[in-house]
Design a protein around this ligand. Structure first.
Ligand code: FES
Ligand SMILES: [Fe+2]
Length: 413
C-alpha cells in the first residue's frame, strides 16, 4: 500500500491525529524510499536534473519594488509558518512572531486551541505583549486594558470614560491561524481567508510532513542571524548540494556528498536528500543488509522554510527548522534557526546533543553559507547590464522556487 493511499486527504485533514495509523512505520518507509533513490544515484554517479539551466534576473535580488511585492504577496497574504506546536505547548502560553511585518501574538487558550492576533491594544494601538511566556490575562502597559487568551477585553480601568464604546467591539484583532500536525500557520492579514493546511501544502507533501509527528517535537535551542543579503540569496543556499565540497570542505562537505541529490517536487514545495557518508556503505551492500535510517532529508515549505530531518553522530535524530524572512531593505534578511528534539526521543536524553548540533549548524550557515550570500549580494549591484545569474539543471529545486515566486508576483499584478 502506498503512503498516498493510506493517508488520504480525509485522514490528513482530521483535526486529531488518527492513532490507527502507524506513523512511525510510515516515516521509516518514506525515509527508506528516499535513501534507496539516493543510493542508486551514488551507484550510478547521477543526480536528479531538470531539463536544462535557467537564467534569472539580478533584479530578483536587488529591486526594491519587487521586494515590497514579495513581502506582501508571499509573507503576508499567503499562510506562513509562525511556529511549531512545541513552541507554545500549554494553555496560557504566548508566542511573539514579528517577522513578516505586523507584530503577531499567538496564544494557546484554556481549551488548548491556538489563536493569532495583531499584537496591538485596541485602546490606542500600543504593543500589548512584549515578552513570550505563560499568562492567563494580558494587560497593556500603557493604560491597563486587559484581554483574555481569546482576545476578549475583560478589564478596562476608568470604565466611565468609555461610555458607548462596547467592550465586545474592542476585542483583539484576530488573524487566520491553523494548527495542523505540529505546524502553526498564520495569515498576517486581518479578515483574510481561513487556512486549510492540507490544501495549502498539497496532500502528498502534507503526508510527508505528517509522518514527522512534529507536534511532539520540543525546541532545544533557537538563534537568529541577520544576513546582509536578499532573503532569496540566503534561502537558495538550502536548495542544492552542489556547493558542499567547495564551500563546506571541512564541515557539511565532510558529512555529505556534493552534487548528488534526490529531489521530490510538490508544487512549490519539495523534499530532497543529499547522500550522507553512511549511504556510501549502503552503495556497496544489498539493501537487505542496510541498517534502519532516521534521515528524512530536507523538507522545504515554500517560500522560506526548511525542516532538516537528520541524525547526529550517535544516530539520534534532530529536526532543524531554518526560516528566512525579508527585512525592509531589499538586501537584508533575518534567519531564525531552531533545533527540535523529536517526540520519540527519551525525556532524559542529554540536551547538549541537540544544542551542540544547533551550534554547529548556526556556525556553518553564518560563516560559510551566509558569508557567500553577503558577498554575492554586494556583487549584484556591480554586475554589468544584461548579466544574469544561472541556475544549473542540477539546481532544479531553486529553479522551481524562483519560477513559483515569479508566477505568484505576476498573478498579483
Ligand atoms: S493603549 Fe493599551 S491601554 Fe491604552
Ligand atoms: Fe551550504
Amino acid at each position: 500500500m502506498t503512503i498516498e493511499n493510506k493517508l488520504d486527504s480525509a485522514v490528513l485533514k482530521s483535526a486529531k491525529r488518527d492513532d490507527s495509523v502507524d506513523w512511525q512505520a510510515l516515516k521509516l518507509q518514506s525515509h527508506s524510499e528516499l535513501r534507496r533513490r539516493t543510493v542508486e544515484h551514488i551507484r550510478n554517479g547521477t543526480t536528479d536534473l531538470s531539463d536544462g539551466p535557467m537564467l534569472i534576473a539580478t533584479t530578483a535580488y536587488t529591486d526594491h519594488a519587487r521586494h515590497e511585492h514579495e513581502r506582501r504577496v508571499l509573507f503576508q497574504e499567503r499562510p506562513i509558518l509562525a511556529a511549531l506546536s512545541g513552541d507554545i505547548p500549554n494553555p496560557g502560553d504566548t508566542f511573539l512572531f514579528d517577522e513578516v511585518g505586523p507584530p503577531i501574538l499567538l496564544t494557546r487558550n484554556k481549551q488548548g486551541e491556538v489563536n493569532a492576533f495583531l499584537n496591538m491594544c485596541t485602546h490606542r494601538a500600543a504593543k500589548l505583549v512584549t515578552e513570550c511566556g505563560k499568562k492567563n490575562r494580558m494587560s497593556c502597559k500603557f493604560h491597563g486594558w486587559t484581554f483574555d487568551l481569546d482576545g476578549n477585553l475583560v478589564g478596562r480601568p476608568g470604565e466611565e470614560g468609555f461610555c458607548g464604546i462596547n467592550k465586545e467591539d474592542r476585542k483583539l484583532i484576530s488573524l487566520p491561524v491553523t494548527e495542523w500536525h505540529g505546524l502553526i500557520f498564520v495569515r498576517a492579514v486581518p479578515g483574510g481567508e481561513p487556512i486549510d493546511v492540507v490544501d495549502h501544502l498539497g496532500t502528498g507533501f502534507a503526508a510527508e510532513l505528517a509522518h514527522l509527528e512534529l507536534e511532539k517535537a520540543r525546541p532545544m535551542k533557537t538563534s537568529r542571524i541577520n544576513v546582509e543579503a536578499n532573503w532569496k540569496y540566503a534561502m537558495d543556499t538550502y536548495g542544492e548540494g552542489y556547493h558542499f565540497a567547495t564551500l563546506h570542505p571541512s564541515s557539511i562537505g565532510a558529512l555529505a556528498m556534493s552534487n548528488i541529490m534526490s529531489y521530490s517536487n510538490y508544487g512549490p514545495n519539495h523534499r530532497m536528500a543529499m547522500p550522507r557518508a553512511d549511504f556510501l556503505d549502503c552503495a556497496d551492500t544489498p539493501e537487505s543488509e542496510w541498517p534502519p535510517t532516521s534521515y528524512g532529508g530536507l523538507y522545504y515549505i515554500f517560500p522560506n522554510t526548511v525542516i532538516n530531518c537528520n541524525t547526529m553522530a550517535n544516530g539520534e535524530q534532530f529536526y532543524g527548522l531554518s526560516r528566512l524572512f525579508p527585512l525592509e531593505e531589499v538586501g537584508r534578511a533575518t534567519s531564525l534557526l531552531t533545533t527540535y528534539k523529536p517526540g520519540h526521543m527519551a525525556e532524559d536524553a542529554d540536551p547538549t546533543l541537540w544544542t551542540n548540533m544547533h551550534d554547529f549548524i548556526h556556525k556553518v550557515v553564518e560563516t560559510e553559507d551566509y558569508s557567500v550570500s553577503r558577498e554575492g549580494q554586494a556583487n549584484m549591484k556591480y554586475a554589468p547590464k544584461g548579466f544574469q545569474p544561472v541556475l544549473g539543471a542540477n539546481e532544479l529545486a531553486l529553479q522551481n522556487i524562483h519560477r513559483h515566486i515569479q508566477a505568484l508576483l505576476e498573478a498579483d499584478k
